[in-house]
Design a protein around this ligand. Structure first.
Ligand code: 13P
Ligand code: SF4
Length: 363
């Protein structure tokens, strides 16, 4: 989404000025505001968060203070939309920078998913397909799955969500992340070659034959995360060569070859909790976004923690939540002129909420 440039007063703040003004604005707002921070946010943002978490935890945390007037979501657009859907109408959700989107979420839109669904209905009319959307998707796709008996999943509950879906239908249409879909199916014992196909929205039948669609249990949308797709087998091999005894821990948005070589796989919250609970003097090579990795490395001083990718892999959209934007958003709340309010239209909200509520019960 388009974000107008910050007024000069904010654009020229020094880091220390921004920090002091954020603290002052937050104090002035008191219990009227709750600040949520995703683990990929930079330290200068995370220090102001009332709650930090992965997508699943933050979706639940959003509802912890129904008496608050504002949730300031330091994360990306789909997270702010989910918070708006899950919280009472009187709570306004603010995304400090509207340009903080998710490139993976943008890889599937409603027009494309409707077209895929229509083609699947025509090509394999006797199959029951349950749609699952990863929470990294637009609200109207959440409504799409809600209306068709599907659910939203996160990296935390994806295996349970797929099991839930396969109790209700023969096949799953999983979007937008092919990697999370493939890794989840493989974890449940399905064969990526035999039981899965990839749906390319730019090709007829997603680039598949009718037979392949009939045979496949999982139809995986051809989307990916540009941060996690960078992790490679070579990086894991190198970490093992250079750090004997290293524990490799990765996010399930990584390619399956990397996931298969890892010792642990899970959400951002899982990664942090696993390293935090580990024995002192252990070594951890981590396959996820760099702000998270650096923070864990800094906090877990008795362990060696480093990123699998030596080239450093920030999520450029998460990074758009700069302290100056947070300051601008909070001071506007103090002034009674909320900016960047994320409001999901009521007709989308209904079915999207159904799908998100299902997500929260599938644990
Ligand atoms: P988590 O739900 O694991 O925090 O993941 C969100 C995300 O966008 C990962 O790239
Ligand atoms: Fe989206 Fe990837 Fe950034 Fe997560 S890390 S918000 S999936 S682009």
């Amino acid at each position: 989404m388009y974000q107008a440039p910050l007024p000069q007063e904010y654009a020229s703040l020094t880091p220390e000025q921004a920090r002091e003004r954020i603290i002052a604005a937050k104090k002035a707002l008191g219990s009227r505001v709750v600040i949520l921070g995703h683990h990929y946010q930079r330290d200068e943002i995370i220090e102001h968060a009332d709650y930090r978490g992965d997508s699943f935890k933050l979706a639940k945390d959003a509802n912890k203070h129904p008496e608050a007037e504002y949730i300031v979501f330091c994360g990306v657009h789909f997270m702010a939309e989910s918070a708006d859907i899950l919280t009472p109408d009187h709570m306004k959700v603010i995304l400090p920078n509207l340009a903080a989107g998710c490139s993976m979420a943008d890889m599937a839109n409603l027009f494309q998913v409707r077209a895929a669904w229509r083609q699947l209905e025509e090509t394999i009319p006797n199959s029951t397909i349950v749609p699952i959307t990863y929470i990294n998707s637009a609200a109207n796709l959440k409504a799409f799955v809600g209306e068709r008996g599907g659910t939203v999943c996160t990296s935390t509950n994806a295996p349970k969500a797929v099991e839930w879906a396969l109790e209700r239908g023969e096949k799953v249409l999983f979007f937008p992340d092919q990697h999370l879909g493939r890794n989840t199916g493989a974890k449940l014992g399905y064969d990526p070659d035999k039981d899965m196909c990839v749906w390319d929205p730019f090709k007829p039948l997603g680039g598949n034959t009718p037979e392949k669609l009939r045979e496949s249990k999982f139809i995986l949308w051809k989307g990916h995360c540009s941060v996690h797709q960078r992790f490679t087998v070579e990086q894991v091999e190198r970490a093992r060569r250079e750090h004997p005894g290293v524990n490799v821990i990765v996010h399930p948005e990584c390619p399956i070859e990397v996931v298969r070589l890892a010792d642990y796989v899970g959400s951002t919250e899982f990664i942090i909790n696993t390293i935090t609970a580990a024995e002192p003097n252990t070594t951890w090579a981590v396959g996820t976004e760099i702000n998270l990795v650096n923070r864990v490395a800094k906090e877990q001083t008795d362990k060696k923690v480093f990123c699998l990718d030596p080239m450093i892999c920030p999520c450029s959209t998460m990074y758009r939540i700069h302290p100056s934007f947070l300051c601008w958003a909070l001071e506007n709340l103090v002034a009674g002129t909320p900016v960047n309010v994320i409001e999901v239209p009521p007709k989308v909200k209904h079915f999207a909420k159904l799908a998100l509520d299902r997500m929260l019960t599938i644990v």
